[in-house]
Write a protein that binds this ligand. Structure first.
Ligand SMILES: Nc1ncnc2c1ncn2[C@@H]1O[C@H](COP(=O)(O)OP(=O)(O)O)[C@@H](O)[C@H]1O
Ligand SMILES: [Mg+2]
Length: 267
């Protein structure tokens, strides 16, 4: 363990939220986590979509244990960490995963205290990592608000769709009410061109500035790319299956913008 303060550990947490479902949150989380590991970072990816977990599916892994085993008290959190092995991985980073419970929905009902305990455990684990990424559920329920309350970055994924804009706004509003200095950054995903992405960003920025007196930043624009769909279907991350895809490059660029503080050295 390092002698990091609580604030330093919390600043390593990164949540990926959206408001609306189906906008590409899980795909962005998996790809960003892998891109950071390729930069030589030590990364833990947590599937925080507790009701409908699917990080494991997109990575093509079959976890023996998941976060539900921690919540029931059967396992301690360190023992459900799965190292993601990657043939020909670049750099000397690592990608570890804590899976959610696919297909059950049972964990969607967790009470706030249990969720705070999960967040506290993840913050403690951050001592061993450069970044702890959390893929969150859609909506703004207690799991989303609890897991995204921290000092780290919050990426809000949205598309050009107007309902995605209103749902992203609802998420940002709650985040800013809890913390007026929240580090909220927008990723516009699945748009035809850069111009469409900029338009969507301008719309959310205008709404946030007008009603919340808050200015979110633009983290990146990711275009619609059929290689995203192909990678998800083949249960292989895009940086492995189609590393040259434009969508892969766009996420690598977002990863490069994430600084590393107090780098954790390999064991
Ligand atoms: N950049 C993109 N290009 C093409 N399709 C995309 C892109 N991003 C997401 N998708 C599509 O959106 C679907 C939902 O993605 P997913 O990561 O499961 O979203 P969420 O976690 O927000 O529900 C994917 O299965 C894929 O078909
Ligand atoms: Mg998802």
């Amino acid at each position: 363990m390092t002698g990091s303060t609580q604030a330093e550990l919390e600043s390593k947490l990164i949540t990926i939220a959206s408001g609306k479902g189906g906008v590409g949150k899980t795909w962005v989380s998996v790809t960003l986590a892998q891109a950071l590991s390729h930069l030589g970072r030590k990364v833990l990816l947590f599937d925080g979509d507790l009701g409908l977990a699917n990080v494991d599916i997109q990575l093509g892994i079959t976890p023996e244990y998941d976060i539900s085993d921690v919540i029931t008290g059967a396992c301690n959190i360190s023992s459900v960490i799965i190292p993601y092995e990657e043939a020909g991985a670049e750099g000397n980073g690592c990608l570890d995963v804590i899976a959610g419970q696919s297909g059950s929905g049972a964990l969607g009902m967790l009470k706030r205290e249990a969720l705070v305990a999960v967040r506290t455990s993840l913050t403690e684990l951050a001592a061993q990592y450069d970044h702890v990424l959390m893929d969150l559920a859609a909506g703004v329920d207690v799991s989303v608000t609890t897991l995204s309350t921290h000092r780290g970055r919050i990426y809000v994924v949205m598309t050009g769709d107007p309902t995605s804009l209103t749902d992203a706004y609802a998420f940002i509003k709650l985040a800013v009410m809890r913390n007026p200095n929240a580090d909220v950054r927008i990723i516009v995903n699945n748009v035809h061109g850069k111009r469409d992405g900029e338009k969507a960003f301008e719309a959310i920025k205008k709404a946030a500035q007008g009603f919340l007196k808050f200015t979110p930043r633009l983290a990146g624009i990711i275009k619609t790319d059929k290689r995203v769909v192909d990678s998800i279907r083949s249960q292989m991350p895009i940086l492995t299956r189609h590393p040259q895809a434009d969508a892969a490059s766009a996420v690598r660029e977002i990863a490069r913008q994430i600084p590393v503080e107090n780098k954790v050295l390999a064991d």
